[in-house]
Every structure is written in C-alpha cells, then in structure tokens.
Design a binder for this molecule. Structure first.
Ligand SMILES: Nc1ncnc2c1ncn2[C@@H]1O[C@H](COP(=O)(O)OP(=O)(O)O)[C@@H](O)[C@H]1O
Ligand SMILES: O=c1ccn([C@@H]2O[C@H](COP(=O)(O)OP(=O)(O)O)[C@@H](O)[C@H]2O)c(=O)[nH]1
Ligand SMILES: [Mg+2]
Length: 235
C-alpha cells in the first residue's frame, strides 16, 4: 500500500543556501519565477534540474507533474533518443541496439539532442529526465553546454519495485523486458550512481525516497513531492 514519499533526514546536512535553492526552485507561482530562476531568466541562461533514478523509479511520472505544477519544461533524454531512433536518422539503428542491450548511448549524441531541445524551447526552466547516466555523460554536458545543473533530484526506489514497474509499464518499449531491465540495473548501479554521488558531494542532490511497495497506487501526486520539499524546508 502506498504510504508516501518520506525520509529526507539525510538532507539535514545540506547547507542553508542549498535549502533556499530548492525552496526557490519549487515553491513558486508558475507566472512568477523564483528569485534564482529569475536571475537566470535575466541572463537568459537556462535553469536546469537533472532528474535521476533507476529504471522505473518514477522519474517520468514525477517530471510530468513537477513540470505542470511549477512551470518547468520536461526534457526526457530517453524520449529524445527514442524520437531520434524512429526518425530514420543515421544513428537510429545504433540507438535501438544500445537501448535493447540496456547500454548508454554515446554522450555526444545525447548531449546534442538535449542542447537542441533547450535552445529551441521558449521556457528557460528545464527538468532533464534520465540524464546524465554516466560520469562521461556528465562531463560531456558540462563541456558542450558549458554549465552545471542548478540542482539534481534523485528518486531512490527499491530494486524489486523498479523491476515490477518496468515489467508492467506496457508502453511497447524495446527495453521493458526482464533481460534488459537486469542489464539496466547493472548499468545504473555501476555507472549512474557515481554521478548521483558526485552531485551529493557538491551539495546539489535532493533525494526523494519512494517506499511504495506495490503497484496499487499507479501514479503518485505532485502533493507528495511538494510535501517532501516542504518537509525538507522546515528542517
Ligand atoms: N509511485 C508509483 N507507484 C506505482 N507505480 C508507479 C509509481 N510511479 C510510477 N509508477 C509507474 O511505474 C512505471 C514506471 O514509471 P516511470 O515514471 O516511467 O519511471 P522512470 O521514468 O523512472 O523509468 C509507469 O508505468 C508508472 O505509471
Ligand atoms: O541519457 C540517456 C538516457 C537514456 N539512454 C538510453 O535510453 C534508455 C531508456 O532511458 P529512459 O530514461 O527513457 O528510461 P527510464 O529510466 O525512464 O526507464 C536507457 O536505458 C539508455 O539505453 C541513454 O543512453 N542516455
Ligand atoms: Mg522515464
């Protein structure tokens, strides 16, 4: 049974300035950007939040709600790659093969797609969902885009829950099968978690622990994220 997003106690260590950052990033009227985002608007540089978590941890589900509620543009790195794959581009076959294997696409390809999506959007506040998946991805983004994210949201979810969700996702994806999800979990633990740790060390990581253990509640509401953020702000 769904209980709620909880346990942000590890965030107590985070500096006051960072508390304000997350407060400003989330607690804003869509029509009026928060102070930090506002200064980014003025300089016309994007305000970027990376959203990380294992396969099936709920990144896409939460991003849709955060984007709608707080006025962010949602850029799914996997969605951009799938679009590229089905577009008949020269990279299509390569992307399909890597996705089926559960491997990570070359950084240059993904970062160029993300950069293009950022540049072509009118919005200047972005949630980049499912990226960076490796330290190499992260460094390529910093080099090509020339910036670091303003903060990173991390969905921490038990492995067996992630597997159940992926196998029940039913979106016709080439990678939603038992074999690929096993490979994806290996890549997540070995290659993506170092990125999560990197941002934790920099004080940019905001972890949300999802302790739901069944599929009964299919979609969690933005209230849970808000609730977690509010709880964090009170600490
Ligand atoms: N908190 C939740 N409880 C139960 N099911 C969820 C929850 N969050 C997402 N799901 C479902 O799990 C599947 C994977 O979620 P998704 O948002 O696509 O994860 P991700 O983008 O991290 O892979 C989807 O079918 C979604 O509806
Ligand atoms: O930055 C990225 C994002 C995704 N992918 C590929 O796309 C797949 C699906 O990613 P997505 O984020 O859509 O999956 P989710 O975690 O949401 O299930 C990954 O396993 C990778 O093969 C990638 O190579 N680089
Ligand atoms: Mg997703």
């Amino acid at each position: 049974m769904w209980r709620r997003l909880t346990s942000l106690s590890h965030l107590r260590q985070v500096r006051r300035a960072d508390e304000l950052k997350i407060c400003q990033a989330f607690c804003t009227d869509i029509t009026k950007p928060p102070v930090e985002a506002e200064s980014h608007y003025r300089r016309n540089s994007p305000f970027v939040a990376f959203v990380l978590g294992g396969p099936g941890s709920g990144k896409g589900t939460q991003c849709l709600k955060i984007a709608e509620t707080f006025g962010f543009e949602h850029i799914g790195a996997g969605d951009l790659l799938r679009k590229e794959m089905y577009s008949g581009s020269e990279n299509g076959d390569m992307i399909q093969k890597l996705m089926k294997e559960g491997s990570i696409a070359p950084s240059e390809v993904t970062v160029k797609l993300i950069k293009k999506a950022i540049e072509s959007a009118e919005n200047r506040k972005f949630l980049i969902d499912g990226f960076p998946r490796s330290e190499e991805n992260r460094m390529a983004y910093e080099r090509i885009v020339g910036a670091e994210p303003n903060f990173v949201l991390f969905f921490d979810c038990p492995e067996e829950v992630m597997v159940k969700r992926v196998l029940n996702r039913n979106e016709g994806r080439v990678d939603d099968n038992e074999h690929t999800v096993k490979e994806r979990l290996k890549v997540y633990k070995g290659t993506t978690l170092p990125v999560v740790n990197h941002y934790a060390k920099k004080g940019k990581l905001y972890k949300v622990v999802d302790i739901t253990d069944t599929l009964q509640k299919q979609v969690i509401g933005i209230e849970e994220v808000e609730c977690a953020v509010e709880k964090y702000m009170r600490m």
